[in-house]
Design a binder for this molecule. Sequence first.
Ligand code: FAD
Length: 425
Amino acid sequence: MQTEHHKIVIVGGGTGGIVTAAILRRAGEGDIAIVEPSDKHYYQPIWTLVGAGEVRKEQSVRDEARYIPSGVTWIKDSVCELAPDRNYLVTRSGIQVRYDFLILAPGVQMDWDAIPGLKEAVATPYVSTNYDFNLAPKTWELIKNFKGGNAVFHMPGTPIKCPGAPQKIMYLAADYFRKNGILGRTKVTYGSALGGIYGIKEYAAVLNGVVERYGIDARYNHELVEIRPEKKEAIFRLKNDPENKQVTIPYDLLHVAPPQVAPDFIRQSPLADQQNPRMGWVKVDQHTMRHPNYQNVFALGDVAGTPNAKTGASACKQAPVVASNLMSAMRGKEPAARYNGYVACPIITGYGRMLLCEFDYAGKPSPTVPLVDTLKERYDMWLLKKYGLPWLYWNMALRGRQVPFLHAQETGLSPGRIWAKSWVS
Ligand code: FAD
């Protein structure tokens, strides 16, 4: 078996992996390897706008090679086994990669088999999902060609990346139907396994108003348990019903959010949280992002078992914490950097409207944009989502630069100072 050794090995060259590698390189760390099979890097948050016909899917993808920081070894392979007791991993092509420190950022795995009929349904002309690079354009085709009837939008009860995405595309679709005179002959249904529109009351108040504005029939505690594509029916289990009653909702258009779990090689490893083996998220201290039993292992991004929403913004906020705590551990010090649970969830509520939801572990709104009231829908936030955030992502976050707004709290600097500092360093 071919073997190699690196001081720091990062699994996954998506958002969390690249941002952390870039920060470590800027801090002068050497001998870093990233294991990443894909030669493409995707900016997934824009897939919502691909599904809404605002952006082409090609605008969300760039060559991975452009973002592997210089001086970092790229092992173009996928991990299939972790052996944390012996500090190595094995790749699909059979390379044994030994490490001193391991950072896990392989994202999630779609669980297409979790719902009977799901896989078959997305192959029909009536069902799509923005959770897939190739299917997001299909969502737009469905919305654009819709002539009225039942439009159903699904939200599962288990953790998914960007839990706001299922409702964003629903609002965009409803807005498109309204503008094109179709909303009057359309029944828009939100079938959600959760108990309400949003977990933070300040944002829920705004979003309930949006649901009302479009006349959406929001069905909560409805868990999608089966799709019958041949009859165009979605079967929901009523979660709070003592008799486990089910309801059948017919659809002419169905947007699904596939249930998601940790990748198999994580779930099968001792690093997965044994309390929740089905999901298999990596067990971490929610503040230091370090594994409680394996002191040389850190995780971030969607795969990390933190008790909050999985978003790219969270991964960007976790990256400097992981980098700092890993460098402390390398020097035999206790990890001092702390992730406060920051989540940013830009909820698009229509064409030209967005509500920027930002909060932390305490569940209280923590707005980072100064001088504007982000507790309401805004046009400038839509511009931020469509143009500003992708630019900040490709040019600042992935280059290991501090991002204005995002890093204002922990640095104590104004967004302008962060901006200036990022470009001179
Ligand atoms: P990813 O960026 O998914 O990267 C994981 C990487 O690991 C991939 O490159 C993959 O190829 C690699 N990998 C997988 N398996 C292996 C393996 N076995 N070995 C080695 N490498 C492997 N976030 C926001 O902040 N705001 C939004 O508005 C937003 N909207 C979204 C809308 C949609 C439709 C979707 C799908 C996502 C959205 N997100 C949003 C979520 C955001 O994209 C993710 O939270 C973010 O990409 C997580 O980063 P990550 O590094 O954990 O995973």
